[in-house]
Design a protein around this ligand. Structure first.
Ligand SMILES: Nc1ncnc2c1ncn2[C@@H]1O[C@H](COP(=O)(O)OP(=O)(O)OP(=O)(O)O)[C@@H](O)[C@H]1O
Ligand SMILES: Cc1ncc(C[n+]2csc(CCOP(=O)(O)O)c2C)c(N)n1
Ligand SMILES: [Mg+2]
Length: 329
């Protein structure tokens, strides 16, 4: 095991994050970084804590580095913004292997590079628990950012892709007695990836913001049942979701059967899919579909907004309330 020090890690981060960016005046190396901007910034922060947000026994450090950044970029996507800068706070146990840290950092820097986002500062401390806190700064595009408060009576509800995959991936990886045999591993590859290496929907978020047809948006981190409820509460409206329209991968049913889990729990309640959940303004669906045709064919209309409160699921002729039934710590 290679010995490491905070200084050595910070030096490596500094070396890897050299470069210039529009508006960046001072980066890593001083007490603060300094940015100039003529417009507004979207700013969000998210922490990942060992054993609560990830399990090191099955999460490869390189993919965890990617995920630590991805879940933060997803919050910028959810406002229809472009990520620009990131601050990184690491709380690291003394006995953590340097090889693990280096692989984590490679993953984090790799995804930052893919989204043209720059690491401009942070903090490194020794700690009993491993904790990773990322702060991201992004810029809104289009006329304004997209908020949770804008859904109105008559709007339609959409999601950007299949749900339940990440929850099933986590359950498959967590389940000792069900270690997927090698043949199954390939079948479940997309589910495992959804948990280990989620993709922030930046391009779609930007396209949605630019379209001008989207009235509210958020990303799905705690599950549709809870994240839809956030929009409904913030906008003061009711959401009716049609169960038969909810998108999921075909292998989700196979995984749910093997795991003896309800597929509906995975789709509505497991979280971490990092799909975008958004509403399209009343009467603008055709224009909206035309504006998105080239960028994103794989989006799904799952319900409607009306006046009232809460989130309701319609299954055949039955309607049940599912508000805030998603993931709780
Ligand atoms: N400790 C805190 N101090 C100040 N504000 C907070 C704190 N924790 C959360 N918030 C704020 O509360 C709001 C909801 O936070 P939350 O972490 O639930 O965000 P989210 O986007 O819904 O979920 P996720 O963290 O999974 O992206 C955000 O505006 C966030 O900035
Ligand atoms: C080891 C382990 N146990 C459970 C989970 C599931 N999980 C943790 S946080 C979260 C929601 C988003 O979190 P937040 O709202 O804090 O951003 C979910 C679904 C996991 N990923 N790893
Ligand atoms: Mg969010």
């Amino acid at each position: 095991m290679t010995a490491w020090s905070e200084r050595m890690l910070i030096e490596r981060i500094r070396e890897a994050s050299k470069g210039s960016a529009d508006g960046l005046i001072t980066s890593i190396g001083d007490d603060c970084c300094e940015i100039f901007s003529s417009g507004s910034f979207l700013i969000s922060t998210d922490s990942l804590i060992d054993s609560i947000h990830f399990n090191r026994s099955f999460h490869p450090p390189h993919l965890l580095g990617r995920k630590s950044i991805a879940v933060n970029l997803s919050d910028i996507a959810a406002m229809g913004g472009r990520p620009r800068f990131v601050l990184l706070s690491l709380s690291l146990p003394e006995n953590l292997e340097w090889e693990w840290i280096a692989a984590w950092l490679d993953g984090a820097l790799e995804i930052l590079n893919e989204y043209d986002c720059m690491l401009i500062g942070g903090d490194t401390v020794k700690s009993k628990e491993l904790g990773i806190t990322v702060t991201v700064l992004g810029e809104p595009v289009g006329d304004s950012a997209i908020y949770r408060t804008g859904a109105k009576d008559g709007d339609t509800i959409w999601v950007s892709g299949p749900l339940g995959s990440a929850g099933a991936g986590l359950a498959l990886l967590s389940c000792d007695h069900l270690q997927p045999v090698s043949a199954d591993k390939a079948v479940f590859d997309a589910l495992l990836k959804a948990h280990l290496n989620p993709v922030p929907k930046i391009a779609l978020g930007l396209a949605l913001a630019r379209s001008g047809h989207v009235s509210s948006m958020q990303d799905i981190s705690d599950g549709l049942a809870t994240d839809m409820a956030h929009i409904c509460k913030a906008s003061g409206v009711l959401a009716l979701i049609h169960a038969e329209r909810l998108p999921y991968l075909p292998e989700l049913q196979i995984a749910a059967d093997q795991l003896e889990m309800e597929i509906e729990d995975l789709i509505l309640r497991a979280g971490e899919d990092y799909q975008l959940l958004f509403t399209v303004k009343k009467g603008q669906e055709t224009l909206f579909r035309q504006s998105l045709r080239e960028t994103e064919p794989g989006i799904f209309k799952i319900g409607e907004i009306s006046s009232g409160n809460g989130v309701f699921l319609k299954k055949k002729s039955k309607i049940e309330e599912i508000s805030f039934q998603g993931y709780e710590h």
